[in-house]
Design a protein around this ligand. Structure first.
Ligand code: DQA
Length: 144
């Protein structure tokens, strides 16, 4: 099972970025933990990681992701603005899960709206770095 994990803008700053909201782990730490977690589910899960601060680069990456079985995406601030990323997911018919470290529904009003959620089978929000693991668990059970 091949799964692509995409992280959007400013998530490369995890660890030092607003640690009270996003935690103290870097994105590399979170990705490594996810790889370790995947091995507890199956030795047949292959994870690829992509991070970009640029909307078009994320759209380009999704357009070439047709060979993946699923997508885990934290679109970060693009969650609340990007019809382009939402359309890209639909255009390649990818099974996708939207992930957030923080609970976007308990923060500012502008974070409550997700343009990405309608293109996804689920949204996981508020479990910190464990949100990625829960997304992987859900996808694994859905796809295996
Ligand atoms: C985030 C929530 C977004 O509102 C914010 O813009 C982010 C991170 C999260 O993981 O909690 O950059 O996606």
């Amino acid at each position: 099972m091949k799964i692509l994990v995409i992280n959007g803008p400013n998530l490369n700053m995890l660890g030092s970025r607003e640690p009270d909201i996003y935690g103290t782990k870097s994105l590399d730490d979170i990705n490594s933990e996810l790889v370790e977690y995947s091995k507890t589910l199956s030795d047949n899960i292959e994870l690829d990681f992509f991070q970009s601060n640029h909307e078009g680069d994320i759209v380009d990456k999704i357009q070439t992701a047709g060979s993946y079985d699923a997508l885990i995406i934290n679109p970060a601030a693009y969650t609340h603005t990007s019809i382009a990323i939402s359309d890209a997911i639909k255009s390649v018919n990818l099974t996708a899960v939207e992930v957030h470290l923080s609970n976007i529904h308990s923060r500012e009003d502008f974070r409550k709206k997700s343009f990405i959620a309608p293109s996804c089978i689920a949204q996981i929000s508020g479990f910190g770095k464990d949100s990625y693991k829960l997304a992987l668990l859900g996808l694994f059970r859905r796809l295996k």
